[in-house]
Design a protein around this ligand. Structure first.
Ligand code: HMN
Length: 297
């Protein structure tokens, strides 16, 4: 499990102007990320527009990432859907691709109980031998998970951890206390990564690593390598990242990151899939001005 410690970029899915997937830009983005020192990828999650790609597209994206990364970094495939059956289809495909782990969002939309959520994960796990990482994102799913749920899940050796996308660090610490040191916790909100590390996170999965991979890789190094990380340095790095994140959230996450990567010359277009927000020319001008004045981007 310790091989999963580190910085995992929740990869964007670059699109052409007509909305189809730009596989060349995707491969370029993968290379760019690896060259900046990240430790792995989280493919097909929220940032990857996973929920608005077709199932075939999700498979093709994963195939490109696996082929391009060619074993240099770890790959977690997000295979979650609100349908158990469709999640199993994607999990089987991910296993054939040779990924290192699967992750699935908590089923949302239909109000199901903790027991049905557990059975959903158990069915997906039974279909492959891939390690499973729960994807908890209450801000998007509206689903809170109980501590009993985490504890029961952590007793299954195939369920290795949780991607915890919430600002509630008390809850994160409680998961660590209930599930033990071996249960992996990935911090999911990049703006609190350093705080998450102190609450017990082993690593992080985040979208802003697409734009600032080197900065977060540096933070991880500081946290992991030293028994007592130098707090002022860590705070300064988090604050540099948060200047960008605070600017980003005045606009929108995915189109903002795509536009930044376009400006950085990594991908060929800033297009996002409908119904996500496409920036106006005026918004792009404001973001470009910020980019030009930033040392981090
Ligand atoms: C994923 O599933 O793609 C992500 O890892 C999601 C990730 O946790 C991000 N959340 C969203 O995009 C809504 C964060 O990186 C987030 O963008 C960042 O912390 C800014 O709030």
């Amino acid at each position: 499990r310790s091989a999963f410690r580190g910085i995992f970029t929740a990869l964007l899915t670059p699109l052409h102007k007509d909305g189809t997937i730009d596989f060349d830009s995707l491969a370029n983005l993968v290379e760019h990320q690896i060259s900046q020192g990240i430790h792995g990828f989280y493919v097909g999650g929220s940032t990857g527009e996973g929920f608005i790609l077709t199932t075939d597209e999700r498979e093709h994206v994963l195939e490109t990432v696996v082929r391009t990364a060619a074993g240099r970094v770890k790959i977690i495939a997000h295979i979650g859907c609100i349908s158990t059956m469709e999640s199993i289809r994607l999990a089987k495909h991910a296993e054939q691709q040779g990924v290192d782990a699967a992750s699935a969002v908590v089923p949302f939309y239909y109000k199901v109980s903790m027991q049905e959520i557990r059975e959903h994960y158990e069915a997906i796990m039974a279909a492959t031998s891939l390690p499973m990482i729960i994807y908890h994102f209450p801000g998007a799913t509206g689903v809170s998970l109980s501590m009993d749920f985490y504890e029961l899940m952590s007793r299954n050796p195939q369920c290795i951890g949780v991607k915890f996308t919430s600002l509630n660090l008390f809850e994160m610490q409680q998961i660590r206390a209930r599930c033990g040191r071996e249960f992996l916790i990935f911090n999911g909100h990049d703006e609190i990564y350093s705080g998450g590390a102190f609450a017990g996170a082993d690593g992080a999965i985040g979208s802003t690593f697409n734009m600032m991979p080197g900065l977060f890789a540096q933070m991880y190094k500081l946290i992991a390598a030293e028994e007592r990380p130098h707090m002022p340095t860590l705070q300064a790095l988090q604050s540099e990242a948060n200047e960008v994140i605070a600017h980003m959230i005045q606009f929108d996450v995915i189109p903002y990151e795509k536009y930044m990567l376009y400006l950085q010359g990594v991908i060929s277009s800033w297009t996002v899939r409908q119904p996500l927000k496409q920036f106006t020319e005026k918004e792009r001008e404001q973001i470009k001005a910020f980019y030009e004045g930033s040392d981090v981007l």
